[in-house]
Design a protein around this ligand. Structure first.
Ligand code: SAH
Length: 285
């Protein structure tokens, strides 16, 4: 059974009571058009998606990608997908199930998912899967912090298989609920049913100690520094991939050596939404 446990009772005003008006948002990706100050977040999400729809309609006339398989082939050509294992899992989990309606699912771009969050671009998902693939072998344990749409958590679950564990932690309860309904429609549905895959409401900076230690930890939001709890919950021999920084961010690859020492290298420059408190993320939302 997918567990949904909240660790936030009383910390912030309930989401349903939050003000829905906001001033024009600063979006992480400048591709997004400015939103009107009087529109609701849902209207704005829809308007961003209409923008993408117009954008991709123009692209379609130039032969853009309209299938999940086509997207995977494109990512292979770019070199973002290098292994048959990552190609196979990205073919099996259809990205369209995880992208809000109206957004072009197979465009290699991040998309707004509400709550000042985005689903990462396909090439970033591919990059993280490639970096973690040796730590996502059958029977291993994976933790996905800031699991958002649940797309990568579902990919992790397929890779670790029925004898492993894939755990998503996301602090927006609505995103946890919608990720679970997307996963139920995906090729990872039976793993969710069997408890191999679970998604929880929680502060990802604290990890998910119940199922630690993990062979693989992915963090889908940028931390000012590596949270100590995540380092603790990484198994010796395990690997964490985490964007670190504020405006300028690096995707860090953190290896915990078998003797418990830590090696870190920077893979590439990136731009992720921040790993922060619920209240800070929803400020002005
Ligand atoms: N990998 C996800 C990325 C979503 S964006 C995807 O592609 O769908 C980053 C996510 O991190 C957002 O959903 C945001 O709500 C979440 N997040 C930010 N800070 C967090 C925290 N402290 N704890 C848990 N989730 C957090």
């Amino acid at each position: 059974m997918a567990a949904v446990a909240s660790r936030f009772a009383g910390l912030c005003a309930p989401l349903k009571n939050r003000r829905r008006e906001r001033t024009p948002g600063v979006f992480i990706h400048s591709l997004f058009p400015p939103a009107s100050s009087s529109s609701s977040p849902y209207t704005k999400l829809a308007s961003h998606c209409q923008f993408f729809h117009r954008f991709t309609t123009r692209m379609e006339s130039r032969g853009s990608i309209d299938t999940n398989e086509g997207l995977v082939e494109q990512l292979k050509q770019y070199g973002a997908i290098q292994s048959s294992k990552v190609a196979e899992v990205m073919k099996t989990i259809n990205r369209a199930l995880f992208v809000p309606e109206g957004c072009p699912a197979y465009l290699d771009s991040p998309m707004p998912i509400g709550y000042n969050a985005t689903i990462s671009a396909p090439h970033m998902h591919a990059t993280c899967l490639e970096l973690l693939k040796e730590h996502l072998q059958p029977g291993m344990r994976a933790l996905d912090i800031g699991s958002g749409t649940g797309y990568l958590t579902a990919c992790f679950a397929l890779m670790v298989g029925p004898h492993g564990h894939a755990v998503g932690v996301e602090h927006i309860p609505e995103l946890v609920a919608s990720s679970i309904s997307s996963i139920k429609q995906s090729a990872a549905a039976s793993l969710l049913k069997d408890g191999v895959l679970s998604v929880h409401v929680g502060d990802g900076r604290l990890g998910w100690p119940e199922l630690a230690p993990y062979d693989a930890i992915h963090v889908g939001a940028a931390a000012p520094e590596i949270p100590p709890a995540l380092l603790e919950q990484l198994k010796p021999g395990g690997r964490m991939v985490i964007p670190v920084g504020s405006y300028f961010q690096d995707l860090k690859v953190v290896d915990k050596n078998p003797d418990g020492s830590i090696s870190i290298h920077s893979e590439t420059s990136v731009r992720y939404v921040p790993l922060t408190s619920l209240c800070t993320q929803l400020q002005g939302y």
